[in-house]
Write a protein that binds this ligand. Structure first.
Ligand SMILES: CC(C)(COP(=O)(O)OP(=O)(O)OC[C@H]1O[C@@H](n2cnc3c(N)ncnc32)[C@H](O)[C@@H]1OP(=O)(O)O)[C@@H](O)C(=O)NCCC(=O)NCCS
Length: 168
């Protein structure tokens, strides 16, 4: 399908219902039990690093970044990344990814973690984490734990936790 020049802007509070609806469509009601969702539970996503892509006034896609810790190292968890089914394969996912990663780099963030398909995310500089180097507080397929170092530095190691040291 033909790529589109998407209009992307920061997510604001009025987008929340539409963003939640995209997540419900993409991941269903079981999403709250997923480890990545549980890590984000109770932690607000970064308002300066969460974006929506619009088709007219409709939210067609969304990406969020949330502060986490990997061991003692501050990092970001990327996700959910969602595109409405009718807008898939038109470049919106890519545009949201590059927008969010550029913004994170500009903000001085250095590490981005996500749980997802390597085949999609390696296009944006994500790599598989060596087995056991980064542990998540719940079940996850290790082949889907991916990290990008925005400054080219060494990958952090350790347990993923909420910022401010909150327990799970
Ligand atoms: C994954 C998702 C965000 C991609 O968004 P999109 O706007 O459709 O993707 P883009 O148009 O930027 O890119 C399309 C390309 O990515 C590929 N692609 C899409 N999903 C992929 C996946 N899971 N694995 C590998 N490649 C994938 C497409 O085949 C296409 O390839 P091409 O450019 O060679 O034709 C979207 O399909 C989606 O919302 N899926 C459901 C939710 C989800 O799985 N989110 C990611 C996990 S958090």
């Amino acid at each position: 399908m033909k790529p589109v020049n998407w209009f992307i802007r920061l997510e604001d509070i009025n987008d929340n219902t539409e963003v939640e609806a995209l997540q419900e469509t993409a991941f269903g009601p079981g999403r709250f039990a997923r480890t990545a969702f549980r890590i984000r539970e109770g932690v607000p996503h970064r308002a300066d690093l969460s974006f929506v892509g619009l088709s007219g006034s409709m939210v067609a896609g969304s990406v969020r970044l949330t502060d986490i810790l990997i061991g003692e190292t501050p990092a970001l968890l990327l996700g959910p990344l969602t595109v409405a089914p009718e807008f898939k394969n038109r470049g919106l996912g890519k545009a949201l990814m590059w927008t969010a990663l550029e913004a994170a780099k500009k903000a001085g963030d250095k590490v981005v973690l996500l749980v997802g398909d390597a085949a999609y995310y390696e296009n944006f500089g994500f790599q598989r984490v060596p087995f056991g180097a980064i542990e998540l507080p719940g079940p996850v397929d290790p082949a889907r734990v991916l990290v990008a170092m925005l400054d080219g530095g060494d990958q952090p190691t350790g347990m993923v936790g909420k910022p401010y040291g909150e327990a799970f």
